[in-house]
Design a protein around this ligand. Structure first.
Ligand code: ARG
Length: 585
């Protein structure tokens, strides 16, 4: 089997396109679309004839007949059964023999490296603001971004992981004002306490600015002083940032998230003036009531709501930094694509940013990287509102992670009382973190979802524990085999796929590449979650109904092949979601 059969859907697409070109009634505008079919009628369905026929005022049924006729003659399709259905649709059923060839050929060799090779993609994710601890609101960008970057890398992209932390905002004016007023020596506080202390001071600062106009002015002055390079303010700022990032790093370590760069907002502070100047001289930005703004007059919503890139007091903002950041990523990283992973409330910001960059790069006549905003919804509490602690504060990420591991440990200890404490701990760690990640990734990212410990830690349904258990079960099988039989090592001959469970498991395995394609198209990891869950369920039916050992060597050989491939896909898939797997559970 040739390696281009790996993604069966794309392969079929190419075949049907090529076939159609040999038929007079078709032309290059014909776009076959291969869909997964209703299993009662086949495995795939070729769509597109109807649309083409309508557009060209032809009879879809006749065109379908012609295409089917060519398809039936085609060598490449000889092991498929094909039939016409409805106005021009062609149903395709894969023969067990084909499935077996495919599985044997690609087992543990699904190489998607070609798909995105040569492409440089910056993924901007996590990106929390400093001076505060990470809370539950920071979970999704980290989890979704990590999974997306892993998938892009797996498909051969040169991925640059950039943590664009918010380390240069107004929070520093307020915080510095509060620190100076309270006369706290922040350079000597114990670092584990420091973040709590900063948060307390920040809240105090916010209250002060609300109650007292003088404090507000002071906070503004401190910010301007910092931005101008005042040594004392710089030192305070630096201390806050190092302390914050140290705390972030602990969480990244637990969550197995790593970055290539941490180029926060402050990194761009000396690159902002040239942004103003260029945008002004290119006639893209204009002065408006003392501020510098970009109008997108043609846009229905932004027509009278300009993109503010310099405030009237001369201060830069989030937009300015983001403009400078795109340019930097273009110039220094040669990015072909930039992906931003943030919550849905920033949609307007990114739309305006992208529109502005489009005009700016167009005017400069430089390549525009593809810009994508991968946004997500909110995590809700069981009451259906944004998740909070009982006292109404945001839940600290550290606490959430710790709680997950404690809960997982209780479950693991109950299920496996005989394991050593160390082993139980280790499993609990993987299950606890995996559960949080999977619960998030298994939801369509643009939806809100309800955070539920019971659901995410359940061993039933589409959850991390269920999938991790499926993986461990296959490993256990291989261990047992090593110990009890040597059947596996000797035989090379393999029986043909025959039982219904074998065939439908093989059928599921064939979908793996096209699922990865689908995730790439939409940057939505939940497709992969759904698929892995369905695969694990197929496997479970197969395993319950088909004996692996004791049916003879050739049967053992084919069933082990299915086990190996399933294990490979489950482990690969979970790693692409950022989830560690276990051999024993
Ligand atoms: N710091 C921002 C926040 O906490 C997210 C930054 C996202 N990245 C960007 N380039 N704007 O919401």
């Amino acid at each position: 089997m040739e390696s281009d059969w790996l993604d069966l859907k794309s392969k079929l697409n190419t075949i049907f396109y090529t076939l159609a070109q040999t038929i007079d009634e078709f032309d290059i505008s014909f776009k076959p679309e291969i869909r997964v079919a209703d299993p009662r009628f086949g495995d795939f369905q070729v769509n597109g004839v109807l649309g083409f026929a309508k557009k060209n005022k032809k009879n879809p049924h006749e065109l379908g007949e012609k295409l089917l006729g060519e398809a039936k003659k085609s060598e490449a399709l000889s092991s498929f059964s094909l039939e016409l259905s409805g106005p021009g649709f062609i149903n395709i059923r894969l023969a067990p023999k084909f499935l077996q060839q495919w599985v044997s050929h690609f087992c543990e060799r699904c190489d998607f490296n070609q798909w995105l090779s040569g492409k440089t993609i910056v993924v901007d994710y996590s990106s929390p603001n400093t001076a505060k601890q990470m809370h539950v609101g920071h979970l999704r960008s980290m989890i979704i971004g990590e999974s997306i970057q892993r998938i892009l890398r797996f498909c051969g992209a040169n991925v640059i992981r950039d943590n664009h932390i918010g380390d240069w905002g107004t929070q520093f004016g307020i915080l510095t004002m509060a620190i100076k007023r309270a006369k706290v020596n922040i350079f000597t506080i114990n670092s584990s306490m420091a973040l709590d202390e900063f948060e307390r001071l920040y809240k105090e600062g916010v209250n002060l600015t609300k109650q007292d106009e003088n404090c507000l002015q002071e906070a503004r002055k401190e910010l301007v002083a910092l931005q101008k390079g005042d040594p004392e303010n710089l030192k305070i700022w630096e201390t806050i940032n190092t302390t914050s990032y140290r705390a972030f790093k602990e969480i990244y370590k637990q969550m197995d998230v790593t970055f290539d760069y941490v180029l926060g907002e402050s990194f761009y502070r000396d690159k902002l003036d040239s942004v103003y100047n260029e945008l002004k001289s290119l006639g893209i930005a204009e002065e408006d009531q003392g501020a510098l703004v970009v109008f997108h007059r043609e846009h229905e919503r932004f027509g009278d709501q300009p993109f503010l890139i310099r405030k009237s007091d001369g201060a830069s903002n989030y937009a300015t930094t983001d403009l400078a950041t795109v340019l930097y990523r273009h110039d220094s990283f040669h990015a072909n694509e930039i992906i931003y992973v943030t919550d849905g409330r920033q949609q307007d910001h990114f739309q305006q940013l992208f529109l502005t960059v489009e005009r700016w790069f167009g005017a400069k006549n430089i390549d525009l990287p593809e810009l994508k905003h991968v946004w997500f919804g909110t995590i809700l509490g069981e009451d259906g509102r944004a998740i909070k602690t009982r006292s109404g504060e945001s839940i600290k990420l550290k606490q959430l992670i710790d709680e997950s591991m404690v809960r997982a440990l209780a479950i693991v200890t109950e299920k496996n009382p005989d394991l050593s404490q160390n082993e139980q701990q280790e499993i609990a760690c993987v299950v606890g973190i995996g559960a949080i990640k999977y619960a998030d990734l298994s939801q369509n990212r643009t939806n809100d979802y309800v955070f539920s410990w019971n659901k995410m830690l359940s061993f039933e349904g589409s959850t991390a524990p269920y999938l991790l258990y499926a993986v461990a079960r296959i490993h256990a099988l291989f261990r047992k085999l090593e110990n009890t039989t040597n059947e596996g090592n000797q035989s090379r001959s393999m029986a043909a796929l025959s039982t219904a469970e074998e065939v439908s498991l093989a059928r599921k395995l064939v979908d793996f590449p096209s699922i990865i394609m689908q995730v790439l198209d939409d940057l939505r990891p939940h497709y992969l979650c759904t698929y892995l869950f369905e695969l694990a369920s197929e496997f479970s039916s197969f395993y319950n109904a088909n004996r692996i050992i004791g049916e003879g060597r050739d049967v053992l050989e084919k069933r082990l092949l299915l086990c190996r491939f399933t294990l490979y896909v489950l482990e690969t898939g979970l790693h692409l979601l950022g989830i560690e797997t276990l051999e024993k559970m």
